[in-house]
Design a protein around this ligand. Structure first.
Ligand code: ZN
Length: 217
């Protein structure tokens, strides 16, 4: 792949990971900025070495502090299909994890369960390749559970706590309520709701989308 087409792809993917500035989110009171997560891979050090023969290449910071998009890409090979050009996010993790939409999982022929990030025990595996590098993951393929990142101050303001599941009203072209949205509280988190493209398309969300936590009663 030449450099210009690689840069085009990186720009496209970065555009999909919609950025919302703190000023924008602060101006919307109780609204939570929604960011769409495309399919991506988190990799452990050993798998990074096996696939790329060296460390990941930082391209761009993502909205949650410390997380970044890498130049490297992987191919996913499942029992019934292949998906190329899958984004790799850094930094390295203790275990490799592939996050897909349910549509992606169907294409690949993998029965990926809905799980919180990091909870990969007992999930299906998949084959990853990059150039001549190849890794057979025993497990690690998930559909990420929809969630909201927020700081402890945000949690107080919204009246919610870490790991609480809340319903969220999605104000899209086809308005919907997502139930069981997991609240994740950490001092390093910046307010953002993360859903995948299946979920975004289901309610016709535009690029600048917002969700509102509803009363659980
Ligand atoms: Zn997230």
């Amino acid at each position: 792949m030449d450099q210009s087409s690689l840069e085009d792809i990186i720009k496209k993917v970065m555009g999909q990971m919609a950025e919302v500035t703190p000023e924008e989110s602060a101006s919307r009171d109780d609204s939570i900025p929604v960011e769409l997560s495309g399919r991506h891979a988190h990799l452990c050090e050993a798998d990074i070495e096996a696939l790329f023969g060296g460390p990941l290449t930082h391209v761009k910071e993502l909205s949650q502090p410390g997380q970044y998009l890498c130049k490297e890409r992987v191919r996913l090979i499942g029992p019934s299909g292949v998906i190329d050009n899958v984004a790799v996010l850094g930094p390295a993790r203790s275990r490799s994890q592939i996050e897909l939409s349910l549509t992606d999982a169907r294409i690949l022929g993998v029965k990926a369960p809905v799980r919180q990030s990091g909870d990969v025990t007992g999930t299906p595996g998949i084959i990853l390749t990059a150039g001549t590098g190849l890794v057979g993951l025993e497990e690690g393929v998930i559909v990420a559970a929809r969630h909201i990142h927020m700081s402890p101050a945000d949690a107080v303001a919204f009246g919610v706590c870490d790991n609480q599941r809340v319903p969220v009203y999605m104000d899209g072209e086809r308005p919907a309520v997502f139930k069981d949205v997991i609240v994740r509280v950490h001092e390093n988190f910046r307010l953002a709701m993360h859903i995948d493209f299946d979920e975004a398309n289901s309610c016709g969300l535009g690029r600048k989308a917002y969700g509102t936590i509803m009363s659980a009663t």
